[in-house]
Ligand binder design. Structure first.
Ligand code: ADP
Ligand code: VHF
Length: 254
């Protein structure tokens, strides 16, 4: 049986200060298809708590403690929406809030692994986010891309799929250069690419392309492939994840 981790970013889940419910629903439909039709085990890593929190309370999001408070407000809102839509497919959700440090502790990792196996055995959909309230450094410098990579590794996934606001990895930033070309298969990432400036495209996001490259680099070193594709238009994700047909999007694989 295949075990997939799917990570979705803030830009996909929010629009103009609101939750992008249509995109969230489309993501839910894709995951339901993978679980119900293909019998895959799926783990969802979802950003969007800070953005969702801002829909209820407009705190100054340049302050780290405010962003943490927004995450605390937004996380249940996000889960409420996921739960409602997954229920329409007969899927029950569970929430796991983790920070990078949790994977430094063997005991904590083992506890989380035990819980994960019980959830997956029972066909539950685990939804993971960073535990933003306590993850001070993470909110400033970290991101869910790398958390998702650690989730894929520690929970023995066969692949990580990142559904982003960009449809793949290009030889240069496609938002700055019209002649940028998508790299469909990437088998190594060099130091220079890993040191590029953080360039998150949405105001509530912390990632950017570099965090995706770091996630891919970590996974490639551990022989787990990563797929990067659009979370706005899921056509390519359906082709690849449901139909095993790599028409577009980037596969990072050694
Ligand atoms: N070489 C590149 N290929 C693709 N995207 C790039 C590249 N360089 C910079 N970017 C930027 O990275 C963004 C993706 O990161 P981000 O906005 O954080 O996505 P997400 O919200 O899905 O985590 C793209 O929208 C693009 O603006
Ligand atoms: N934990 C934060 C996510 C921050 C983050 O990594 O965002 P993104 O770069 O869009 O994946 C939240 O839920 O708002």
């Amino acid at each position: 049986m295949k075990r997939l981790v799917i990570k979705v970013g803030t830009a996909v889940l929010t629009q103009d200060g609101q939750l992008a419910i249509e995109r969230l629903s489309a993501l839910v439909d894709l995951i339901a298809k993978l679980k119900n039709d293909k019998n895959y085990e799926v783990i969802l890593v979802s950003s969007g708590a800070v953005g969702a929190g801002f829909t209820s309370l407009q705190l100054d999001k340049t302050q780290i403690a405010n962003r943490q408070a927004l995450a605390a407000i937004g996380q249940p809102l996000l889960l409420k929406n996921y739960k409602k839509r997954f229920k329409e497919h007969g899927i029950t959700c569970a929430q796991m809030l983790l920070i990078a440090d949790d994977f430094d502790s063997r005991k904590r990792t083992k506890n989380a692994q035990n819980v994960m196996e019980i959830l997956l055995e029972n066909k539950i959909l685990p939804i993971i986010n960073e535990n933003d309230v306590i993850a001070n450094d993470e909110l400033l410098f970290g991101d869910n891309d790398q958390l998702a990579a650690h989730v894929a590794y520690h929970f023995n996934a066969d692949m990580l799929a990142i559904l982003s606001d960009i449809d793949g990895y290009y030889n240069k930033n496609p938002r700055e250069y019209d002649d940028a070309v998508m790299l469909k298969v990437v088998s190594s990432i060099n130091e220079e690419e890993l040191q590029m400036k953080h360039t998150a495209n949405s105001e509530f996001a912390t990632g950017g392309i570099v965090t995706k490259l770091k996630a891919a680099d970590f996974l490639m070193k551990n022989n787990i492939p990563m797929y990067l594709s659009s979370g706005f238009d899921l056509t390519n994700a359906y082709d690849f994840l449901v139909d095993d047909n790599h028409k577009n999007g980037t596969i990072f694989k050694k």
